[in-house]
Design a protein around this ligand. Structure first.
Ligand SMILES: Nc1ncnc2c1ncn2[C@@H]1O[C@H](COP(=O)(O)OP(=O)(O)OP(=O)(O)O)[C@@H](O)[C@H]1O
Ligand SMILES: [Mg+2]
Length: 256
């Protein structure tokens, strides 16, 4: 990973007082939202699916709150429901019961377009399986969320973020010509490039060697510190969980 340290030369410089104060003043771009509103409020959240033997309950009546600028680790055994929970928090899946409020907004009271708009402006999501678009280059993948926001500086911002994750020399590569760890870093760049107030990452270091994983974790915590981003990480790595302000453990779909 020789080129990763240079990635840290580009710092996030808050370009407006509102952004600079993001942690204290709350989620950026939400006029009229109370400072007291939590970043994430989960109440009575359940997920049931039909399976071969009838019905499977993946998540059982979860209740928890994440404050703004908090760093939260979600841990638990494989199959305990962590990815399902993260998908629900992001409004990528619908619950069987319960509510998720992001910055005070009940996301399941919105229609799909409303949820998509909220994700576009507030959320960065790193999938366990990367979910890069195969017909777009690394740079085009990373530019996409900015283009969706109509950002005229999509290219330089995406280039800078790919540089920051150590992929400055891989801009024109398609995902199939990138290693697993490189694809993961493109996915991270894509999630971070809009500097979202909510950052959700599912096993963000799962495919990375120790040094690269450490750099990626540092990048996420920097965003948390510099931007006041709320960070929710699913991880199997106890040392990463220990660096978060709080850890919640899921066992067979329940908080323990
Ligand atoms: N749509 C679905 N239909 C049936 N079962 C599902 C569905 N989605 C998830 N599951 C099951 O729910 C359980 C929880 O899955 P989930 O992916 O949330 O686990 P996880 O905690 O993220 O595991 P890992 O650490 O392996 O990533 C698993 O047993 C999975 O097989
Ligand atoms: Mg998972």
């Amino acid at each position: 990973m020789p080129d990763f340290p240079q990635a840290h030369s580009t710092q996030f410089i808050p370009d407006s007082p509102a952004l600079a104060a993001g942690g204290a003043a709350g989620i950026v771009g939400t006029p009229g939202t109370s400072v007291a509103t939590a970043a994430i409020e989960v109440a009575g959240l359940s997920k049931r699916v039909a399976d071969a033997s009838g019905e499977l309950t993946i998540l059982h009546q979860l209740d928890f709150t994440v404050q703004r600028a908090e760093t939260l680790a979600i841990v638990g055994a494989s199959g305990s429901g962590k990815s399902t929970l993260l998908g629900l928090l992001a409004g990528l899946d619908t619950p069987s019961t319960g509510t998720v409020r992001l910055d005070g907004t009940d996301i399941f009271a919105l229609d799909e377009d409303g949820r998509a708009a909220l994700r576009k402006h507030k959320l960065g999501f790193v999938f366990q399986s990367f979910q890069l678009l195969p017909h777009l280059t690394a740079l085009e993948n990373a530019m996409l969320p900015l283009e969706l926001q109509g950002d005229a500086d999509a290219r330089p911002k995406a280039e800078a973020m790919l540089g920051r994750v150590g992929l400055g020399s891989r801009l024109k590569h398609y995902p199939k010509f990138l290693s697993g760890g490189e694809q993961q870093r493109v996915a991270l760049a894509r999630a971070f490039v809009t500097e979202p107030p909510l950052l959700f990452a599912d096993e963000p270091t799962g495919s990375l060697d120790a040094a690269t994983g450490e750099a990626v974790i540092q990048l996420m915590f920097e965003l948390n510190r510099e931007r006041g981003s709320t960070l929710v990480l699913v991880t199997h790595d106890p040392s990463i969980a220990a660096r978060c302000g709080r850890t919640i453990t899921i066992a067979a779909g329940r908080l323990v």
